[in-house]
Write a protein that binds this ligand. Sequence first.
Ligand code: HEC
Ligand code: HEC
Length: 230
Amino acid sequence: MHAAIRLLVLPALLMGSFAAPIVHAHGDVTPQAVDVSTLKPLGEQKYDENPYRGDKEAIRIGTSAYNQNCARCHGLEAISGGIAPDLRKLDIDKETDIYFLQSVLRGKVRNGAVYMPPFQGIMSQEAIWAIRSYLDTRHEEEEAPVNPMEALAKKATCLSCHAVDTRGVGPAYREVAKKYAKDKNAEAKLLAKVKKGGAGSWGKVPMPPMAAVPEEDLKSLIKWIVAGAQ
Ligand code: HEC
Ligand code: HEC
């Protein structure tokens, strides 16, 4: 038996078995088979650093695996269309390797809503590291936000889902400012919403509760957003 041939066939069943609601902002998610038979098999033990970094064959496989499984949310050629974080900005180091593997295996499930499906049991470790090898070739340095409020929003993880003037998983902050321009209670209302999370103002995709962010930070972020996110 050639255990090295690890075709990923997704039983339709599996998709139906998520206990949590899948956020349908990004269309249906049907993971595609990734043939990793030409890569060095890694076995069961999880690596904490990309064992294929720079490997041409891994990059080739990673390119197609990325296009089939990740591009619909993270953008073609990893150029983010705004609905999911730009993966070109991930640092190339061991710490980020671990974060990458965990993010893909566990997905991004916040407060019961699935923003990114878990690939555990669906995608082999080989396929995940091959994708990471491909993304290394697309790497671009992230410019640190010069605006101190934007930097605070980044620190508070708001920018995984929001941007100042483009729509992501959540609305652009300038759209929010426009919507509440005439509402005197906007700050109080939005502070409560951001703490508790919830959906319905912009669509069906919920914002998770952001109560882990210090209240002072939330207050200044909301003030900044309502004032037009300048
Ligand atoms: C259904 C859409 C969707 C698909 C498909 C998807 N992702 Fe994601 N991914 C997201 C969203 C949305 C986030 C940010 C969510 C959050 O932070 O809660 C994210 C976050 C991530 C992160 C963390 C990024 C950061 O800056 O913190 C990584 C790494 C990642 N995805 C890799 C992948 C890879 C690799 C694939 C393909 C195997 C993939 N994703 C498929 C939507 C998706
Ligand atoms: C995992 C994704 C995600 C993260 C992280 C996130 N948001 Fe949101 N946010 C959303 C979504 C989705 C909506 C739209 C909710 C709706 O339709 O009611 C939203 C809506 C909002 C709104 C408008 C609410 C309304 O009712 O009009 C504000 C203000 C906001 N977010 C601020 C923040 C701030 C500040 C942070 C960081 C502390 C943050 N968000 C983090 C996804 C996110």
